[in-house]
Design a binder for this molecule. Structure first.
Ligand SMILES: [Zn+2]
Ligand SMILES: [Zn+2]
Length: 49
């Protein structure tokens, strides 16, 4: 699974616990400015590809 913002994998995003939910925080790639992992909510890339 890749982040829709920066296209890095979810594994490289910092894992943060929010209550009982596991969430992915900022990307740990130094040159990446992504602050929060975003899963694909809408399938918008089908037309873009
Ligand atoms: Zn990233
Ligand atoms: Zn990201």
């Amino acid at each position: 699974m890749n982040c829709v913002k920066c296209h890095h994998t979810d594994e490289i995003h910092e894992t943060a616990t929010n209550d009982s939910l596991l969430q992915r925080g900022r990307c740990m790639i130094p040159s990446c400015g992504c602050t929060k992992f975003s899963d694909a909510i809408k399938k918008i890339d089908e037309d873009l590809l």
